[in-house]
Write a protein that binds this ligand. Structure first.
Ligand SMILES: Nc1ncnc2c1ncn2[C@@H]1O[C@H](COP(=O)(O)OP(=O)(O)OP(=O)(O)O)[C@@H](O)[C@H]1O
Length: 678
């Protein structure tokens, strides 16, 4: 808590638009009721009015660079950031403790701190005696498991690209060394061999991370009586299946597709009749299909070697992955299409049947079964749904195969250490069902953390009669109840999926009725401008979600839909509304950027009707892209003016009922060339 009086010379932190927080010094004593602080910021005197709270106070110099944040006298955002920064820049240390939590900063360079000699140095040592390190956390889990014969878990969380997977791999490597056996292709080697395989089928290039895990993973490493690894088991969560059929600009599909395409000339791959990744819609939507510094063909080699270590025979033997790649790459609805032929052949289904059921659906009406042709839009969605399903099944199948290879051979493990590597909390401009699930998972993890760190700890103090004044912590149960409780978001979603004519609108209406009108929840609200979106106030942030459903009740995932505002540009009325919004956003530059980006994204998905239209569209996209790049120097309003100057029709551009690129009437060749040129 803040002291009541501050002496001249005391340090405080003040918010800064550039540096986030800057340190300032008090130029005169301050006492409650003064209402004004006189600060020295750099060389400038700065009177700051104090409405209610004092600014966060600076810590004494002696605590600068402490290796445990809990030893700071004042623990608040600026103190945490400053301490981490000092440790990173001045002490070259990427790790800092915060009690039992290890905070890691991604150095984005190889540091010489993970060698065997470092493992040896941490092995057998107490956490409190050692500098913070991921090995120290692993050692603590290992020792506690052995000493107390209790299973342990390490939870690794953080935003995309923060280093979760790398950290998980280091903990696994640590266990492999300290719990290792001597024989070749031992189980710890097999545990490590799962990494390249899982990365090939579950990781992809995103704009934030060239090797981003698009699934959550929990691996339980089982130990025997002697503390040696005897088996492992892996569970996966929330694979981002939408990526199989759609990739945003600069992103890629799962690595395995590109690895197979890059190896298509190998004799054993010939039967798959693959081609360059640029040739397939499911692999070329992000633009560039290669990652600088990565050789996809070599990566496939690593994957195949890993399969060998796991005793799963040669790669083509794990042939279903190849099938799926083909499924992902080739599903197409043109009847005579070679891709459809290959896809059907590889999956072992009859081509004519496949073509028929991709374009028709069965309806049960009054006890009778009718077969109805689907629209082009529906059929392409059905094709995408099939590709996602095949990939999802194959992913689960592969995990099952790996688990079989990791299963303990001699007796059951006596204890285990679990390592959870899962997406951190996510909020984007447009959040879909995936973000909703990820944030729900994080809400549950946070609850677990609260329970562990605050509640159980305090209960133990009280039980042992230690003098202790209870610390209040914010309990996130109400937010969890909103999601998973009776008549909660998931309950109502289930109900909506069972309705024959369920829709986003009607689901959202039910949510508003229940959580705004009948039983208002402080964690739920409705955005002003939408009747399909809702806002959940999570512990970390408020997130606006707009799920869009696919036919058949399956919720669509972010990808494709996130690029199409409301999925509705073909509706003139809605297009007009988007247009009005755009103009309305002029007062809010940040939103304007987002809308411009959105327009660019949408336009890249559209097929122009004429050369002229294509030229106009491309011109617009290039102009906006260039200006968006230039906006880095923070001239948002200028950007808006520039857009008008360079491209005066921007905001009066009323798209005629344009066709989406994936509509069937448009030949693939045109789509590919258009997308490539964009
Ligand atoms: N400790 C580290 N030392 C060196 N480089 C690191 C370290 N941690 C992460 N990196 C670098 O950062 C990149 C991203 O890390 P990683 O893939 O582990 O992130 P992530 O949090 O798992 O991201 P995502 O959620 O997207 O999967 C790595 O490929 C690596 O180059």
């Amino acid at each position: 808590s803040s002291p009541l009086f501050l002496q001249k010379g005391a340090c405080v932190w003040v918010p800064d638009p550039e540096a986030v927080w800057v340190s300032a010094q008090l130029l005169q004593d301050f006492k409650p009721g003064d209402g004004l602080l006189l600060l020295k910021l750099g060389d400038v005197q700065h009177p700051v009015s104090v409405p209610s709270d004092l600014p966060p106070l600076g810590n004494p110099d002696i605590l600068e660079g402490e290796n445990d944040l809990t030893s700071l006298s004042f623990l608040h955002e600026p103190a945490v950031l400053h301490n981490l920064r000092v440790r990173f820049l001045d002490y070259n240390s990427i790790y800092t403790y915060c009690g039992i939590v290890l905070v890691a900063i991604n150095p984005y360079e190889q540091l010489p701190i993970y060698g065997e000699e470092v493992v040896d140095a941490y092995s057998g040592q107490d956490m409190a005696d050692m500098e913070p390190h991921i090995f120290s956390v692993a050692e603590e889990a290992y020792r506690t498991m052995i000493r107390e014969k209790k299973n342990q878990s390490i939870i690794i969380s953080g935003e995309s690209g923060s280093g979760k997977t790398v950290s998980a791999k280091f903990t696994m490597r640590y266990f492999a060394v300290v719990g290792g056996a001597s024989q070749q292709t031992s189980v710890e080697e097999r545990v490590l061999a799962t990494n390249p395989i899982m990365e090939a089928i579950g990781n992809a290039k995103t704009t934030r991370n060239d090797n981003s895990s698009r699934f959550g993973k929990y691996i339980e490493i089982g130990f025997g009586h002697q503390g040696n690894i005897i088996g492992a088991n892996m569970r996966t969560y929330l694979l981002e299946k939408s990526r199989v059929v759609f990739q945003a600009q600069e992103e890629r599909n799962y690595h395995i597709f590109y690895q197979l395409c890059a190896s298509c000339d190998l004799p054993e791959m010939k039967g798959l009749k693959l081609d360059a990744a640029e040739q397939f819609r499911y692999t070329n939507q992000g633009g560039r299909t290669w990652i600088p510094g990565t050789e996809d063909a070599l990566e496939l080699e690593r994957v195949r070697n890993a399969f060998t270590v796991l005793g799963k025979g040669s790669w083509p033997h794990g042939g279903a992955v190849s099938h799926l790649s083909r499924a992902g790459l080739c599903v197409s609805l043109q009847g005579e299409d070679l891709s459809l032929l290959l896809f059907s052949k590889l999956l072992g289904v009859e081509r004519a049947q496949m073509a028929h059921w991709l374009c028709h659906r069965r309806l049960a009406v009054a006890g009778e079964t009718l077969v109805k042709p689907m629209s082009g839009q529906q059929a392409s969605e059905a094709r995408d749904a099939l590709a996602k399903h095949v990939y999802g099944q194959l992913f689960s199948w592969t995990v099952g195969q790996l688990n079989a290879a990791l299963r303990a051979q001699r007796g059951a493990p006596v204890s285990f250490i679990g390592v959870l590597d899962i997406y951190g909390f996510e909020t984007f401009d447009r959040n879909s069902f995936e973000q909703f699930c990820i944030n729900y998972a994080n809400e549950k993890l946070q609850q677990q953390f609260n329970l562990h760190v605050f509640q159980l700890e305090q209960e133990e103090y009280v039980r042992e009669g230690l003098p202790w004044s209870r610390i209040e912590f914010s309990d996130n149960q109400p937010c969890i109840a909103l999601i998973e409780g009776p008549l909660g978001l998931l309950d109502l979603l289930d109900e909506e999926c069972r309705m024959p004519k369920g829709s986003d609108e009607s689901w959202a209406r039910k949510l508003y009725d229940q959580h705004l009108n009948h039983h208002p929840s402080p964690h739920f609200s409705k955005p002003r401008m939408s009747s399909t979106a809702f806002i959940v106030s999570h512990f970390a942030d408020t997130v606006r979600t707009r799920p869009i459903r696919m036919p058949g009740g399956a919720l669509s995932l972010s990808g494709l839909n996130s690029s199409i505002p409301n999925g509705s540009l073909r509706s003139g009325k809605r297009a007009h509304r988007e247009h009005k919004l755009t103009v309305g956003f002029q007062k809010s530059p940040q939103r304007t950027f987002r809308v411009l980006l959105q327009i660019v994204k949408v336009l890249t998905l559209y097929t122009p009707h004429s050369d002229f239209e294509e030229r106009v569209t491309l011109n617009f996209i290039r102009t906006v892209q260039r200006l968006l790049k230039e906006r880095a120097d923070g001239q948002p309003r200028q950007l808006l003016l520039d857009v008008h100057r360079f491209f005066p029709v921007t905001f009066s551009y009323q798209p005629p009922p344009l066709l989406r690129a994936d509509q069937l009437t448009i030949p693939d060749s045109l789509k590919v060339s258009f997308l490539r040129r964009v």
